[in-house]
Design a binder for this molecule. Structure first.
Ligand SMILES: Cc1cc2nc3c(=O)[nH]c(=O)nc-3n(C[C@H](O)[C@H](O)[C@H](O)COP(=O)(O)OP(=O)(O)OC[C@H]3O[C@@H](n4cnc5c(N)ncnc54)[C@H](O)[C@@H]3O)c2cc1C
Length: 388
């Protein structure tokens, strides 16, 4: 086996090359940072070129979308309370299930590893709710989707822009019954870093961690708040105060290719794009909700039909691409690579406590703590007063 990566550091890890290879000679192996990269078994490879032809980074498929932009909220408040933003993903998924279709999205497995799974039953949709700020494992998923589509099932696939692009490249043609939802993404940290972090938290707590919710609304409503659960206890707070989360929010731990992401722009890969509508309290204060507001980009004719069909279960307000981009940097450019990215993974496989202290240390910051819990309505009023 030769350690030959097809694309080097620009690889987004979508696995389209592995799943398209007619000789099954590509496999994904962890690099020293815990990210998965393709490795080609040269002795079996026949140089057919399928892998590079279907690579979404080397050959991105064109998109000519002029999105229609909305702020939106799912009317089912209880469900939305468990979603990341305005909960719009759930009614989209329910629509597919109502047609006898299958929904693919990212869930935690029993070890809190993020991986894409198939859901065929409404009762299981909760597993896909909530953003997991770590790279999700897509092994075998594109091939399963192709088989579902070939047997004439409706399929909804949701994932980051590169994952949707990977699916489109893998399939190589349009399918009437496939709908895609891409989520706006800053970048993804390594699965092994997250696994090591969860293990470290468990050791500190003296109990295994049962769940880590990156976007809990339980204590402070919609925002960047985590909730960690173990045994029958839980703890939560601002993401900026959690070492792993803080590094994520400051773009320190992303896969190398994320810093040059080709999909971080307004030309979206999905039929519908979902994100947080940050700043809605200033743009349209009446539409703000403590339970979260989604930013929705309806990109294609298929997306438009789907959007119209959701009319009876969502509230929406018109917005513009200009407003969306202003509040969501990753709709116009990839995240910037900080200098500390060069060495952020050094030592993460050793003593993790020492690693956290050296590389992920978060300075206590009272101002930040207060800012994080000040209600948005009050922040809006303060900003308004300061403007006068
Ligand atoms: C790594 C990452 C970075 C993000 N960065 C931004 C950002 O910069 N700005 C912004 O506005 N929004 C960002 N989001 C998107 C945002 O957090 C919400 O996912 C989006 O608003 C949808 O919310 P919802 O309430 O409709 O969905 P929910 O019901 O919470 O559903 C979550 C959806 O996200 C998918 N998902 C969850 N975790 C992953 C993952 N690791 N990989 C692929 N898909 C996943 C699920 O399949 C599901 O479709 C990011 C999400 C992720 C996972």
């Amino acid at each position: 086996m030769n350690n030959i990566s097809i694309l080097g550091k620009d690889c987004c890890g979508c696995t389209a090359c592995e799943q398209i290879c007619p000789k099954n000679c590509i496999s994904f192996k962890e690099n020293n940072e815990g990210f998965m990269y393709p490795v080609v078994e040269q002795a079996v490879c026949v140089n057919c070129g399928a892998c590079t032809k279907h690579c979404p980074v080397l050959n991105p498929l064109p998109t000519e979308n002029v999105p229609t932009v909305y702020a939106a909220k799912y009317r089912d408040n209880q469900t939305t309370a468990k979603s990341t933003s305005g909960g719009i993903f759930i009614p989209i998924a329910k629509n597919t299930l109502a047609n006898g279709g299958i929904v693919y999205g990212c869930a935690y497995d029993e070890n809190l590893a993020a991986r894409h799974i198939a859901v065929e039953n409404e009762n299981e949709l909760f597993r896909l709710q909530g953003s997991k700020y770590v790279q999700s494992d897509l092994s075998g998923i594109y091939s399963r989707i192709k088989a579902d589509l070939e047997s004439d099932r409706y399929v909804l696939f949701s994932g980051t822009g590169c994952q949707v692009a990977g699916l489109r490249s893998f399939l190589g043609r349009e399918y009437e019954k496939l709908t895609t939802v891409d989520i706006v993404c800053h970048g993804v940290p390594s699965p092994r870093l997250f696994a090591r972090y969860i293990d470290y938290l468990g050791k500190k707590l003296g109990e295994p961690v049962k769940s880590y919710n990156f976007r809990s609304k339980k204590r402070h409503g919609w925002g960047l708040f985590y909730e960690l659960e173990w045994d029958k206890k839980s703890k939560g707070g601002s993401g900026f105060d959690d070492p792993y989360y803080n590094a994520f929010l400051n773009c320190k731990t992303y896969r190398e290719g994320c810093y040059s992401c080709r999909f971080a722009n307004c030309n979206r890969q999905g039929d519908i794009t979902l994100a947080d509508f940050w700043g809605i309290e200033y743009i349209n204060p009446k539409f703000y909700s403590k339970n979260g507001v989604s930013l929705v980009l309806v990109n294609t004719e298929k997306g438009k039909k789907l959007w119209i069909s959701l009319d009876n279960c969502i509230d929406s307000a018109d917005s513009t691409l200009e407003q969306a981009v202003k509040m969501n940097k990753n709709l116009s450019a990839p995240s910037s690579r900080p200098d500390c990215r060069n060495s952020i993974y050094e030592g993460f496989d050793g003593d993790f406590e020492e690693y956290v202290a050296k590389k992920l240390y978060v300075k206590p910051d009272i101002k930040r703590k207060i800012k994080a819990v000040v209600p948005v309505s009050l922040k809006g009023r303060i900003k308004h007063m300061l403007k006068k």
